[in-house]
Ligand binder design. Structure first.
Ligand code: MRU
Length: 371
């Protein structure tokens, strides 16, 4: 997507390795948005692991893409089996919930392990770049498939009336390499001239909705309002939401959806108000080894993410304030599970599937066989 009129991805090879010198990878530092657009160079395995763990990059597909480049960066001085295994373990430990991380690391291992050491580094840079390109195409296709759903709803509305879509967290282009998952159908509809309006859940504690999704939509001129996390139920009761589209960090073979904390409550409200609840996801986010969503590891993060809030003061200073009393303990669960029965459909790159084992397997038979 464009930033200041310039086509931009969330991750890009900055410098390829040459003559023993390490390569480097550029990323957008998402902890600085929405108030500052800053890019950062990753020049080592440690840089990549830090960027994922501290959420300079985040969102399931982008975590996977960054891990792939992390492996490439790790092989600069030593491309032996032990180094490869250590890089895998270090990157795998950065964040537990998004399964794209494991998927990307396994992809890298499958390509690199059979190769002679001398060929591994170049092959790693090539495969990491391919993973990024594949993600862009997958997300574009999710947009095309999701567009059909938005068109169907638009056809039921008064001419010119917008399709109102509620989304949670940031499953936008910042969470992927480009396009986003939940936002891709929205961008496609906007480009096709279908009026859309997005309710953006702020998504405490880190405010990925208020900070990132709103920044994206603002940049692209997509009409939207940021709402507090608890507003969704009220909006749905009053017929103000035509559909919900969210992303996911891991969806099981039976269609249980793990996503940012608070997603489940939106699904409950949607169910109670007959609002369609869609989940947009690339196939690397499906964990074909798991049946129940309750077997997905749920990340628990630092309490400071809840007790401290970052923002801009009226004088333009970026600052941090504490919103809890001194001494109050905080629990910070980062994800929850929406059972398949609450999901209207899964928007994938291969089409829209019901959230059940048979429908998912019918779209991805090769992934089922490999699991
Ligand atoms: O903690 P985050 O910001 O990495 O969480 C991101 C989400 O929950 C997204 O909805 C999910 O990763 C899908 S991204 C296309």
């Amino acid at each position: 997507m464009k930033v200041n009129g310039k086509p931009t991805r969330t991750i890009w090879p900055e410098r390829l390795p040459e003559g023993g010198r390490a390569g480097s990878v550029g990323i957008i530092d998402q902890t600085k948005l929405p108030h500052r657009f800053e890019t950062v160079s990753l020049a080592s395995l440690e840089d990549a692991a830090h960027a994922i763990a501290e959420m300079l990059v985040r969102g399931a597909p982008l975590i996977g893409a960054t891990a792939a480049y992390g492996v490439a960066l790790a092989l600069n001085e030593d491309a032996g089996d032990a180094r490869l295994a250590a890089a895998y373990d270090q990157l795998f430990a950065t964040r537990p919930t998004a399964v794209n991380l494991r998927w990307a690391l396994d992809e890298m291992l499958a390509v690199l392990k059979p190769l002679p050491e001398a060929e591994r580094e170049a092959a790693a840079w090539r495969r990491a770049a391919e993973i990024c390109d594949e993600d862009v195409e997958i997300c574009r296709q999710i947009g095309v498939n999701g567009l059909a759903l938005i068109e169907e709803i638009a056809a039921t509305k008064a001419p010119g009336a917008p399709v109102n879509i509620l989304t949670h967290c940031n499953a936008g282009w910042l969470a992927t390499v480009d396009w986003g998952t939940a936002t891709s159908p929205i961008y496609h509809a906007h480009e096709a001239g279908i009026p859309v309006h997005v309710f953006v859940d702020e998504t405490r504690p880190r405010n990925q909705g208020a900070a990132l999704t709103a920044w994206e939509l603002n940049n692209h001129g997509v009409p939207h309002h940021v709402v507090v996390d608890n507003a969704g139920g009220h909006l749905m009761q009053h017929g103000m939401v035509d559909m919900v589209i969210v992303g996911t960090d891991r969806t099981t073979a039976e269609g249980d959806v793990c996503n940012k904390i608070g997603t489940y409550l939106k699904a409950l409200a949607a169910h109670d108000n007959n609002v369609p609840f869609y989940v947009a996801l690339p196939s690397p986010t499906i964990d074909f080894t798991l049946a129940s969503g309750f077997d997905i590891p749920i990340e628990e993060r630092r309490g400071e993410e809840v007790s401290l809030v970052h923002g801009k003061t009226p004088t333009g200073e970026i600052t941090t304030v504490q919103v809890t009393p001194d001494g109050s303990p905080v629990a910070n669960y980062a994800f929850d599970v929406t059972p398949a029965r609450l999901v209207t459909g899964l928007i994938t790159e291969k089409g829209i599937a019901a959230a059940n084992r048979a429908a998912i397997a019918a779209l991805f038979p090769e992934r089922v066989r490999a699991a």
